[in-house]
Write a protein that binds this ligand. Structure first.
Ligand SMILES: Cc1cc2nc3c(=O)[nH]c(=O)nc-3n(C[C@H](O)[C@H](O)[C@H](O)COP(=O)(O)OP(=O)(O)OC[C@H]3O[C@@H](n4cnc5c(N)ncnc54)[C@H](O)[C@@H]3O)c2cc1C
Length: 312
């Protein structure tokens, strides 16, 4: 049966919207092109040297400003990263545990990429890698530049989407044997090519048989090297990390990089979502650079739908 609402994107924005709609008894389906639920609230797994490794290579932690967001996270298993800052909340065993908990009981399909979106005869027609789908209402929660590509430059909301700017982030994941230097838990230096470094395994619930690090390149460094190959980026970022840590690069048990093309909004939209008949477009980029901004956007869209902004 055709769901009245299709939500595109299983990041925190889409899942928050879905969660509120489901609690109000509304049927919906969430589609996402990725392998795992959660979008940029992500945990990468790898095997090396006989060890099962995991890295939070997207959002590092959540620091709720809105007490409702704090309560929402606590209900879905967030715990304090007390080694860094007791106010920093994380999922365990990885950040992706949070979106997975929010998605419990929802109809979420991963591996479904929406390639085209067209409104005709009162219905949305979705072209996907698995074939055509229809819905009465679409909630689009993908990064603004991707939403713009999907809707096309002639869509009436295109000028609003064009105003949003998102910065890339090159992220290095690296593991070292226990006993190797751990000079800090987190490190921030806006003037260094690696603007943020964190000892990922210092978060609660992570394995203690290996030391894992995340290093995020600064927005300028990321933009300058975004089109380099992963091997080239790795060959530059790993020595930078090792210099800061005081560890020889040869000691790394595993290292890889991830290129986030649309990591965080640097010029947000300035309101919680965009709306056209039977279409809602939201995401963190509406309000700011953090997951909490996605939660606020998703919540606002759900409340607008439940309030009958365009009753299906
Ligand atoms: C490196 C990095 C570090 C960060 N650090 C922090 C932090 O410490 N604290 C914090 O609060 N925030 C942080 N953020 C930001 C935070 O991750 C985001 O604000 C939040 O996860 C965005 O959620 P979202 O649902 O709006 O978008 P996303 O999580 O990007 O979800 C969008 C989803 O849409 C899917 N999608 C895209 N196109 C299609 C398509 N055509 N068809 C189907 N599916 C599609 C994607 O697969 C994705 O799952 C960080 C982000 C990055 C990248």
């Amino acid at each position: 049966m055709m769901p009245p609402t299709i939500i595109i994107g299983s990041g925190i924005t889409g899942l928050t919207c879905a969660h509120i709609l489901a609690r109000a008894g509304q049927a919906m389906r969430v589609l996402d092109k990725g392998r795992d639920i959660g979008g940029r609230m992500a945990t990468k797994r790898a095997d090396a040297a006989g060890l099962a490794l995991s890295y939070d290579h997207g959002a590092q932690y959540l620091r709720p400003r809105d007490t409702d967001f704090g309560a929402f996270l606590a209900r879905h298993g967030a715990v304090s990263w007390s080694d860094a800052d007791p106010l920093h909340l994380v999922g365990q065993p990885g950040m992706s545990a949070l979106p997975r908990a929010i998605a419990k009981g929802l109809d979420v399909a991963q591996g479904v990429e929406v390639l085209g979106l067209r409104h005709a005869q009162g219905l949305w027609h979705l072209e996907t890698n698995l074939g055509p789908l229809q819905a009465q209402r679409v909630v689009l929660t993908i990064p603004a530049p991707q939403a713009l590509r999907l809707l096309g430059p002639d869509h009436p909301l295109a000028p609003e989407l064009e105003r949003v700017r998102m910065a890339p982030c090159l992220t290095l994941m690296a593991s070292f044997p226990t006993g190797s230097p751990t000079p800090f838990t987190t490190w921030r230096d806006a003037d260094h090519p690696l603007a943020w470094i964190a000892q990922d395994n210092s978060k609660p619930g992570r394995p203690d048989d290996v030391i894992t690090w995340i290093a995020q390149a600064s927005p300028d460094y990321s933009a300058a090297h975004l089109e380099d190959t992963p091997d080239t980026i790795l060959s530059k970022m790993l020595p930078l990390l090792c210099t800061v840590l005081g560890t020889p690069p040869e000691q790394a048990l595993h290292a890889q990089v991830h290129r986030w093309r649309y990591a965080q909004a640097v010029q947000p939209l300035g309101r919680p979502f965009l709306h056209a008949p039977q279409l809602y477009i939201g995401g963190d980029w509406c309000l700011g650079p953090r997951a909490e901004d996605g939660w606020r956007s998703g919540r606002a869209m759900a409340h607008a739908i439940l309030g009958g902004a365009d009753a299906v």
